[in-house]
Design a protein around this ligand. Structure first.
Ligand SMILES: CC(=O)SCCNC(=O)CCNC(=O)[C@H](O)C(C)(C)COP(=O)(O)OP(=O)(O)OC[C@H]1O[C@@H](n2cnc3c(N)ncnc32)[C@H](O)[C@@H]1OP(=O)(O)O
Ligand SMILES: CC(C)C(=O)C(=O)O
Length: 500
């Protein structure tokens, strides 16, 4: 039997501190949840505010497919308001709740267990007078007395509840304990087969998904969750993690969801965007890095056979593909693959040289785009036999006077030279190079461009030199503009030297 997905992004999810969605935004999310084919959308808590009421009402009117639920405390006023908002839904559900743990009953509700049980039964009966589909939640169930829980569930099912929900409201349970509680309720509530067993876990200890899965293994038929795991405090069970765990480990779990998994990535982006809650890059399933590989050994494995390092296919959740991210941990295989994708067919030594250049840059630069790689390749292609190689470069500048010290290797000999210039550090570097090479070149054009954006962007410098009435073009790229300038000048100088 499939596990029902009860999405509470718009109710518990909106209880995330700092999040407030407009009616229009809620309707947009609800429409996307319908495309994802969740079974139930908890659209809001109608008594909470006029905006919440309006959102539930509009969703009830406009969104078809899933059941539309509205939350209500165990009071007539809340239930009336919930029904007022829900009545036009094709499949309406009233979700009523009351806390059952000693601490909640004594301090918050200031009621004894009998009064709580009585309020629960009355609420369910009253909700039932409006609609056949009534869910009852025992708030803080995990910290409640197990036998009291069984009594209250038996009584509300008798009163007509069609779903009974077992929340770990404060995220206190461990998977084994929570699974045990579900099993206990299943075995000790005589009429349990007349209702769907639901769970609602919070993530205070990072265990919401694990606890929900343990519940499924022990007989839970509905999981309450929120997209990207948003929700009160540390959030709710993450919808995408439940769905993909059941799907990926279908060899282990006998139950699946009926979600349209290809809508997961889009839904996640929409919720993140509208709630203003960014997704951490390493978040399971929907984080930016969830299908990205940066290290050489992993990239090599994935290029040869995707499943070496991927247990899921990015396309399953609606992404185009996985990502091979070139960076300082990448290896030759991934570099070559990316270069071929960009249209460069490299011979072994060309690959080695370009790869060395890339690795040197990767120590300074975090991410490489296709444009960066093209710049490296163009730089590589424009290289001539290096008679002169810039080894060291040091520049200081004070009171408008720049001093550059350059070390150049020429046929195994290292030559140092310094030069000062009022024309700035690049002018000083060029003067020092002229002194070392003894070539009196004249700079006729200098152009600098940023290849990509960001503070570690590659700078590309193109220079034009004049030597004995001939023009020579040089090109250099680096994350450091002075280094790129030196490389460009040296590249042109080597062309001059080759002609001598
Ligand atoms: C675990 C959960 O996520 S529960 C859902 C939490 N969500 C929200 O609270 C949504 C936003 N809430 C609100 O806008 C407001 O709290 C409202 C409109 C619901 C109520 O506001 P107020 O009437 O001002 O009450 P307030 O929030 O201060 O206190 C809650 C009251 O409800 C009572 N109460 C709490 N839960 C229940 C319940 N399930 N059934 C009956 N009464 C309840 C409390 O004991 C308290 O009663 P008291 O006023 O007699 O002491
Ligand atoms: C109302 C219930 C389901 C709830 O949100 C909780 O217990 O966390």
């Amino acid at each position: 039997m499939p596990v029902k997905i009860f999405d509470t992004t718009l109710r518990d999810g909106e209880q995330s501190p700092g999040v407030s969605l407009s009616v229009k935004e809620k309707v947009e999310i609800a429409k996307q949840l319908a495309k994802l084919e969740v079974d139930i959308i908890e659209a809001g808590f109608p008594i909470a505010s006029p905006g919440d009421f309006k959102a539930v009402k509009e969703i009830a009117q406009e969104v078809s497919g899933p059941v539309i639920a509205g939350l209500a405390r165990a009071t007539k006023g809340d239930i009336d308001r919930a029904w007022e908002a829900l009545q036009e839904a094709k499949k309406p559900r009233i979700h009523t709740f009351i806390a059952t743990s000693p601490v909640h009953m004594e301090y918050k509700l200031q009621k004894d267990p009998n009064e709580v049980l009585d309020a629960a039964v009355k609420a369910v009966k009253y909700a039932k007078s409006y609609t056949a589909d009534v869910e009852f939640s025992a708030e803080d169930a995990f910290r409640s007395d197990k036998d009291f829980l069984c009594d209250i569930f038996e009584a509300v099912i008798e009163a007509g509840a069609t779903t009974i929900n077992i929340p770990d409201t404060v995220g206190y349970a461990t998977p084994e304990e929570f699974g045990g509680l579900i099993s206990y309720i299943k075995n000790n509530v005589s009429n349990i087969d007349d209702a769907i067993i639901s769970v609602h876990c919070h993530n205070d200890l990072g265990l919401a998904v694990a606890n929900s899965l343990a519940a499924v293994e022990n007989g839970a038929q509905q999981v309450e969750c929120a997209v990207n795991g948003v929700g009160e405090r540390a959030g709710n069970t993450a919808l995408e993690e439940i769905a993909l765990t059941l799907n990926t480990r279908h060899d282990y779990f006998t139950n699946q969801t009926t979600l349209k998994l290809k809508e997961i990535a889009r839904t996640s982006r929409l919720v993140s965007h509208l709630t203003g809650m960014p997704i951490q890059p390493n978040k399971a399933i929907v984080g930016k890095n969830a299908f990205a590989h940066e290290s050489g050994i992993h990239q090599d494995g994935v290029i040869k056979e995707r499943t070496t390092y991927e247990i899921m296919d990015a396309q399953t959740i609606g992404l185009k593909e996985n990502k091979i991210v070139l960076g300082k941990h990448s290896g030759r295989h991934a570099f070559k693959d990316k270069m071929e994708e960009l249209g460069y067919k490299l011979k072994e030594e060309e690959l080695n040289s370009a790869f060395k250049r890339f690795k040197d840059l990767a120590d300074k630069k975090k991410e490489f785009t296709s444009l960066d790689l093209e710049a490296i390749m163009e730089d590589e292609i424009s290289q001539v036999t290096e008679i002169y190689q810039v080894d060291l470069l040091q520049v200081t500048s004070s009171s408008g006077l720049a001093t550059a010290t350059v070390q150049i290797e020429n046929e195994g000999e290292k030559i140092n030279e310094s030069a000062c210039s009022e024309g700035g550090p690049i002018d000083a570097v060029y003067e020092a190079i002229n002194r070392i090479t003894g070539l009196d070149c004249k700079l006729v054009n200098y152009k600098i461009d940023s290849v990509t954006k960001g503070k570690d962007a590659l700078g590309e410098v193109i220079v034009k030199l004049e030597y004995e009435n001939n023009l020579y073009i040089g090109r250099g790229v680096s994350t450091d503009v002075i280094e790129a300038s030196a490389k460009a000048y040296n590249n042109a100088i080597n062309k001059v030297a080759a002609d001598l």
